[in-house]
Structures are given as structure tokens and as C-alpha cells.
Design a protein around this ligand. Structure first.
Ligand SMILES: Nc1ncnc2c1ncn2[C@@H]1O[C@H](COP(=O)(O)OP(=O)(O)O)[C@@H](O)[C@H]1O
Ligand SMILES: [Mg+2]
Length: 331
């Protein structure tokens, strides 16, 4: 990663000088790039291209902005990359209440009152900890932060330094990386991400995964072995993304919820679940996640019923009919 301990003036060489020459030698971690990739693959379904892009950006000493709808594996990948690279990981949920002090840290007020402002009374926040440890600071829903908190990141990103009044200078260790994520649909309570920030990151787009990969994610997360239920839940969820009745559809989280809720309904009803229970599970999983089109005169429940009908006609014999009817067929 960037040698942030270098003073800015030392970095400014002749402009034609090839970049790699000005970089510090690769750390052992970087040499293990392929092992890292394998480590991430063990935790993440698919996403080969995106994982390579994130690793490539990190190996090139860049900070990263991941842009994609909710549920498109942004957090999962970042955690897996940090774990696989054996980097300390600090997670921060972006919100308007996230003050610069929460990111930076603060002096322990009791100790300061008793004594004085001493460096060892300073309790580091996620930003300063990640800088000191050379870790990953992951800022989810970055664009929900106040511009005051967002602007605080610019100097650590650019110079690897931050000056804290009464504490002094915090210098970033070599591998310090900021990864931010944002949801492109988010327009309520978000800030227009500043040019200064965008200029200092590389941006990676995350779209929804293929139907087969989504089925694999549901298998992994629910441990269900009911293929027909998994396929049906995934198809119904995917249909919400293309339906004209829906402005913003649901992510694979909804399919995971449908399968989990239905399997637990099954547990509570001696294994007897039918199509009605599937409809209930779908409504529980989907009505909170979809964003119906404004002009439509239908309730979220009615829209979900339409999605179920569409999936039934598309999947035909593969559509989930419930455990009860399966028993009838096999007996
Ligand atoms: N490619 C994937 N591999 C494994 N799990 C995934 C994948 N995509 C999504 N998931 C699962 O779906 C859910 C949502 O993923 P998450 O990473 O939290 O999405 P995001 O951070 O983009 O909102 C989590 O339960 C996660 O484990
Ligand atoms: Mg997330």
C-alpha cells in the first residue's frame, strides 16, 4: 500500500517518472495475492471479476468506492478481502449522526478532568485505528454521512496523515485503505458525494448476480436442500426487479428470507406447508423490500401475488407446491 509516512513533498517527483518506481517494495501480503484470492473465493459466491478489481485497486494503493444496490455482496466481499489479507477491519455505518469525532476518537473526559490532555488518554476511533494498524476502514452507505465527516477523510486518503488537536499527528501505516459503499438508488438523506472525494477513489460497480449464483447464495446462507423452494424463491425475487409495477426490486436477501421463513413455518406445522404458506413467506420477505411504482393502484401484497403467479407460469413443473403436496405425490 502507499507509504503514507512519506512526506507529500518527497512523493512529488518528475511527472514522467513511472509510478511503480516511486512505490515502496511490495509487502509479504501482496506477494500472497493468489492465496488471498483463494481465501475470498471460499466465502463469496461468484464475483470473481469484482474481487480481482478490489484486490488490484488495493495492491495499487488505491481507496475504493463500491457502488451497487443493497444486497449485492458489498459488505460480504469487503469483510472477506480484509480477512483473507489478514488486515484489521473497521466497519462504520454512514449516517447523518456520524460526527467527525466518532470517526477520529476522543479524549477520555474523566481522565482529562482528573489530569490533563495526555496522548495516552486519547481513545482512537475507527478512522485513526485503521490508519495506525494499516487496516481497512469500511464506510457503508458513505453518502448518508454529513459532508463534514466525509471531508475529514480527504487528508488521510491523500496524505496518510491527520492532525488531532492536543494529540498531534496520526500517521497511516502502509496498508491503510478506505473502502466506501453507496447505493445508487438512495436519494433520501444523502449528500452529493464531493468531487474532491471522488477524485481520490476508484469506483467499482456491483450489479445483481446471475440466477444460478443467487440460488447458490441462498443454498449457502439457508442450508436448505429443497431445490424447488430455492429456485422458486429466487425467481420470485428476480421478477420484482423487472416488473413494471415496481420501481426498485428486492435483492437476494429476500430470497434468503423466503426460504428461511418457509422452512421455519414448516417446522411449526409438522412439515405441512402449502402454496398459501409460500405466499405468506413471500409477503413477509418482499413487501418491506420492494418499492412499488407510484402510479400503481395496488397494495404491496397484491404486487407480490402477481410475482408469484408469474413465477408459477414461468417455472411450471419446477414451481414449489409445498411440502404437503410433495408428500401426497410420493405416497
Ligand atoms: N456473492 C455472495 N456470496 C455469498 N453471500 C452473498 C453474496 N451476495 C450476497 N450474499 C448474502 O446476501 C446478503 C446481503 O449481502 P451483503 O454483502 O450484506 O450486501 P450489501 O452489503 O451489498 O448490501 C448477506 O446475507 C450475504 O451473505
Ligand atoms: Mg452491506
Amino acid at each position: 500500500m502507499t507509504d503514507h509516512s512519506a512526506k507529500p513533498s518527497e512523493e512529488a517527483g518528475p511527472s514522467c517518472r513511472p509510478q511503480p518506481v516511486t512505490r515502496p517494495p511490495r509487502s509479504d501480503r501482496v506477494e500472497r495475492a493468489y492465496a488471498i484470492l483463494e481465501g475470498v473465493r471460499a466465502e463469496v459466491v461468484g464475483r470473481d471479476r469484482e474481487v480481482r478489481e478490489i484486490l488490484a485497486a488495493m495492491l495499487a494503493h488505491r481507496h475504493v468506492l463500491l457502488e451497487g444496490p443493497p444486497g449485492t455482496s458489498k459488505s460480504t466481499i469487503v469483510r472477506a478481502v480484509a480477512r483473507s489479507m489478514e488486515m484489521p477491519f473497521h466497519f462504520v455505518e454512514g449516517s447523518i449522526e456520524l460526527s467527525p469525532a466518532k470517526l477520529l476518537g476522543h479524549f477520555n473526559p474523566a481522565k482529562v478532568l482528573q489530569d490533563n490532555y495526555r496522548q495516552d488518554y486519547f481513545e482512537m476511533g475507527p478512522l485513526t485505528l485503521a490508519m495506525q494498524e494499516g487496516g481497512v476502514l469500511y464506510l457503508e452507505e458513505f453518502n448518508r454521512m454529513s459532508s463534514e465527516a466525509a471531508n475529514l477523510l480527504i487528508t488521510p486518503m491523500e496524505e496518510g496523515l491527520i492532525n488531532i488537536p492536543r494529540y498531534g499527528l496520526v500517521t497511516a501505516a502502509a496498508d491503510f485503505t478506505i473502502i466506501c459503499s453507496q447505493n445508487p438508488y438512495d436519494d433520501v438523506g444523502t449528500l452529493q458525494v464531493s468531487r474532491a472525494f471522488l477524485d481520490r477513489v476508484v469506483r467499482i460497480r456491483m450489479n445483481y448476480q446471475s440466477e444460478d449464483e443467487e440460488a447458490e447464495i441462498v443454498r449457502l446462507r439457508t442450508c436448505s436442500e429443497d431445490e424447488s423452494l430455492i429456485r422458486t424463491a429466487v425467481r420470485i425475487t428476480r421478477l420484482t426487479r423487472e416488473a413494471e409495477e415496481i420501481k426498485i426490486g428486492a435483492s437476494v436477501r429476500a430470497a434468503i428470507d423466503i426460504v428461511t421463513v418457509l422452512e421455519n413455518l414448516m417446522l411449526l406445522s409438522d412439515g405441512n406447508v402449502g402454496e398459501e404458506d409460500l405466499a405468506d413467506a413471500c409477503k413477509m420477505a418482499l413487501t418491506s423490500k420492494i418499492w412499488p411504482a407510484e402510479t400503481l393502484n395496488a397494495t404491496p401484497e397484491e404486487i407480490v401475488e402477481r410475482m408469484i403467479d408469474r413465477a408459477r407460469s414461468q417455472l411450471a413443473g419446477d414451481f414449489y407446491l409445498g411440502a404437503e403436496s410433495k408428500k401426497k405425490v410420493t405416497s
